[in-house]
Design a protein around this ligand. Structure first.
Ligand SMILES: Cc1cc2nc3c(=O)[nH]c(=O)nc-3n(C[C@H](O)[C@H](O)[C@H](O)COP(=O)(O)O)c2cc1C
Length: 302
């Protein structure tokens, strides 16, 4: 058994596997399948200062090798989370990451302040493609990325991860802006903007018209972006996008991710997270590595 421990911005995870925000709820459904203590960290669904209803359905559309979603950050609000979910989650021996969303810079600051020091890490979601204001509008403009990162960092009582959007020309520029704003770590990628059309009605399948693509279809894009960001900044990276097996996760680690998140694969198979963790361990054992840290960034270019 290899040493799977990783250190992300000073927070030690027992293994490098976490959940993609929004694909794991607050963990209750999945706790019926496995012990959440098996995960390095649990990244929770987006939280805003006030409850949000999200977008109208249909909000999910299947595509070849992926799904499009336009859920739109539906959540019960930070206060409800603190009162009803946190105590239950704290029973598990895993790190907890809150995913923060908002429509204005002040919204992001407010939710960070509300959560205080009650979570192990905070993830700033400035990359959601499914809301009209906030979300991706912040995450695609380097000046806004730096501003919102520094304002949230000023009040954050836990290490701050900034989650990057792939819907940009050069993700390295955005990564550098987050670093300049004081980010402690980066996570990438959020979903890729897409559209699916029902040819019978000649209308988009999603009520929101467009949505975010995730699942195996996006993985090569995500691996390339992790590699690009690894060249640009020194911050720890949590890589994600289409990971469904240990082999997939190893690609991200070799490209320079320090840890990985699994999202859409868990919708198909509720044990996906455990399979990915075990698969990483198998690869390390079979190839004579003693620690997962030995393979991070060990990609050799042609
Ligand atoms: C149904 C759904 C809801 C999501 N909700 C959020 C969210 O609330 N906050 C966020 O930062 N990312 C959200 N995401 C993006 C995922 O966390 C992840 O970045 C993306 O799906 C790529 O990983 P995957 O291919 O393993 O799912 C969501 C993705 C899906 C499929």
């Amino acid at each position: 058994m290899a040493d799977l421990k990783v250190n992300i911005a000073g927070v030690e995870w027992k293994n490098p596997v976490t959940t993609g925000s929004g694909t794991f709820g607050f963990g209750r459904e999945y706790a019926e399948y496995f012990d959440l203590s098996e995960l390095g960290a649990v990244c929770l669904k987006a939280l805003s200062a006030k409850p949000r209803l999200g977008n109208k359905s249909p909000r999910i559309a299947e595509t070849n090798d992926g799904i499009l979603n336009s859920v739109g950050l539906q959540n019960p609000g930070a206060e409800h989370f603190l009162e009803n979910e946190l105590e239950w989650l704290r029973k598990f021996d895993t790190k907890l990451i809150a995913n923060l969303c908002g429509s204005t810079v002040e919204d992001y600051v407010e939710v960070a302040e509300m959560l205080g020091d009650k979570l192990d890490m905070l993830e700033l979601n400035i990359s959601c493609p499914n809301v009209k204001v906030g979300g991706m509008a912040f995450g695609t403009d380097p000046k806004m990325v730096e501003e919102v990162t520094s304002k949230v960092k000023a009040v954050a009582k836990a290490p701050l991860i900034v989650k990057l959007s792939p819907n940009v020309t050069d993700i390295a520029e955005i990564a550098k802006a987050a670093e300049a704003g004081g980010a402690d770590a980066l996570s990438l990628i959020n979903t890729l903007l897409g559209m699916k059309i029902d040819i019978k009605t000649r209308r988009p399948v999603l009520n929101n018209n467009t949505g975010g693509l995730s699942g195996p279809a996006v993985m090569p894009v995500a691996v390339r972006m992790v590699h690009r960001v690894r060249q640009a900044v020194k911050l720890p990276i949590i890589g994600m996008g289409g990971i469904a097996s240990g082999e997939d996760a190893i690609e991200f680690l070799l490209a320079g991710a320090d840890a990985v998140a699994v999202g859409t694969a868990g919708i198909v198979d509720p044990y996906a997270w455990i399979k990915v963790r075990n698969g990483i361990n198998d690869y390390l054992d079979q190839n004579g590595y003693k620690s997962v840290k030995e393979i991070v960034g060990k990609l050799e270019l042609n």
